[in-house]
Write a protein that binds this ligand. Sequence first.
Ligand code: NAD
Ligand code: IMJ
Length: 258
Amino acid sequence: MLDLTGKNALVTGIANNRSIAWGIAQQLHQAGANLGITFLPDDKGRNEKKVAELVEPLHPTVFLPLDVQNDAQVAQTFETIQAQWGRLDILIHCLAFASKEGLEGDFSRVSRPVFTQALEISAYSLIALAAGAKPLMTAGGSIVTLTYLGGVRVVPNYNVMGIAKAALEMNVRYLAAEMGPHNIRVNAISAGPIRTLASSAIGGIYDMIHHVEQVAPLRRTVTQMEVGNAAAFLCSDLASGITGQVLYVDAGYEIMGM
Ligand code: NAD
Ligand code: IMJ
């Protein structure tokens, strides 16, 4: 049985009810985990209000602002967890960002600042959060991040995010090697395309989703809940022998060559 009772789980990346992180948070809650939720703060506090209302039914015992570009907020997150929970068991990294110019046009035109920001937010942040989590995962732990096929194959317009996901997937392997002796497992889920804030803003996304529906072995896309189920599995003792892996939750699309 998938049981996360008594486990403390920190979930990043919830923006709204379409977020993949929202699907993951619901499945972790259903499996009995105690939740901490972070939100990306904005000037008017709108995000905080929206995310607070959304997650209220899951009764999070920690609720914190976290912009991964802000070192003080990263440090504060783990100080609060240390003080409130004493121990962390699960970390969900479910966030990415590239400036729009980095997601269209000729890849070779990507500027240094666009490249640097995409890599910092989407890939470096996993290292920063894993480093903060490590000393709190005193009974072992599980870290899960979200990646996409565009990090290993060329997907139109994914451009700079493809490089960020390639770096993220390699981060998973180096972190898994470092943290394995502490019984901390680090894995990624490579999700197929899902309609979220991050994907709906992309030109041609509906055609790409339609293509997956025609070609993937299951002839459909996947849901946030299916990704959430895979994340709950990876965080549970059922996955105690799995680390450093990229698990495709994509209706089988990745195996197809034609
Ligand atoms: P989303 O827009 O709901 O989530 C992205 C999250 O990133 C938001 O909550 C946003 O607040 C957060 N974020 C951006 N910059 C941040 C920063 N500086 N600090 C902290 N948080 C920040 O979209 P989503 O599709 O749920 O994306 C979640 C993850 O899933 C991303 O890593 C994305 O690459 C990955 N993914 C998405 C798909 C898809 O098709 N939607 C497929 C595969 C992988
Ligand atoms: C993103 C771009 C191009 C093709 C894409 C995507 N496909 C999919 C996505 C086919 C599925 C969504 N995805 C996997 C992402 O990781 C998206 C990341 C992202 C999205 C935005 C949009 C708004 C913005 N910046 C972004 N940064 C990262 O301003």
